[in-house]
Design a protein around this ligand. Sequence first.
Ligand code: TXA
Ligand code: MG
Length: 341
Amino acid sequence: MEIKTRVLPADEAGVAEAAQLLRQGQLVALPTETVYGIAADARNGAAVRNIFIAKGRPQDNPLIVHVTGPEMLPGLVSEVPERAQLLMAAFCPGPLTIIMPRGPEVADECCAGLDTVGIRMPSHPVARAVIQQSGCAFAAPSANLSGKPSPTNAQDVFTDMDGRLPLILDGGECDVGVESTVVSVVGEKPTLFRPGHITLEDLERALGEEVEVSKAILEKLPEGAVVRSPGMKYKHYAPKADVTLLNGTFEQFKAYVDAHKDENPSCLCFTGESAKLDVPCVEYGREGDGADQAKHIFRSLRALDEQGDGVVYARCPQKDGLSMAVYNRLIRAAAFRVIDL
Ligand code: TXA
Ligand code: MG
C-alpha cells in the first residue's frame, strides 16, 4: 500500500508528531548529527520489521539502537562492559556506536540473530527530543534505500523514501556526513567495525589500549568470509557510474584522466580542482581535510548519480585519521577498484 509521506520542519510540532508516530509503532525519518535515519521503537518487533521493508534491507544486517544516555540502557543491554563506560564518558553523546551484550527488551529484529546490540547516543537535538518525548529507544539505520548513499539532508531522504513512510522531519544538513564509528567491546580485544568521525586514534586514547581494525574496513574480503559486522560485507553506496579510485598526486590524476578521454569520464575530485580538469566534475571536499570530505562525500555520490551512468575517476583520500571513514565509503562506491598511479 502506498503511504502518503509528509515532510515537516523539525520544530516543536514536528517533534511532537514524530514522537506520537513512534509510540504508535510507525516509522519516522529524522536527522542525526551523522546522517538521516529511519526510526522505529526498538522494543516493537513489528515496527522494526517495517524498517527493513521500507529500505529493502537484507534481514541479516542488524540495526543500531538510539538512546539519550546511559540511564536508558537497563533492559537493552545485559551488561555495560568497563570499556563501554570509558567510551561513553569520552564520546557520548556523539557519533559513536558501541556493540554490547544484548538485553531482553530489544526486539529480535534489531539484532539479526546476534547476541549483541549496537547502542548509540546521538547528540543531535532533534533525535534527542524525539527519544525524550516518545520515551522510546529507537532502532535506526541510515534513511537511504539499501545500496544507495546515506542521506545527509531531508530532500535526499524524500527521494528514496517517498511513499514508504509517513513522516520525514527536516532538520537541515547533517554536520558529520558519514555514519557513526562502530566499535565492539564484546570480544577479547576492542574492535573497530566501521570508521567514522571518532577515529581509531581517538578510541585508543580513550581506552588506553590498542584497538583492532576489522579487515573488511579497508579491503575486499574473499567470497564467503565470515564478518562480525554484517553491514561491511555489502557493496553499499553504489552509484550508477563505474567508479575507480586513482591513488596519486593531482598531476598524475590529471594525466591519467587526459589519457582516458575517449571513455568520456567524469571526475570526483577535491575542492578547487574542477577548474583544472576539462571533463565534468563533482567536488567532495578539501584535499587532506577528512572532516570536510566526510561532510560532502554522500551528497557528491548522489550528485554523480544524478548525472547518469558512465566512467568516473575519483581522487583517493588518505587512509588514516578522519579520512579512513571517507576511504572506507569510497572504496565500496568503487567496488574496491583502486589504481596506484
Ligand atoms: O550514524 C549512524 O550510525 C546512523 C544514524 C542513523 O544513527 N545509522 C546507521 O545505521 O548508519 P546502519 O544500519 O545504516 O548501519 C549500522 C551498521 C551496519 O554496518 C551493521 O552491520 C552494524 O552497524 N551493526 C549494527 N549492530 C551490530 C551488531 N550487533 N554487531 C555488529 N555490527 C552491528
Ligand atoms: Mg546504512
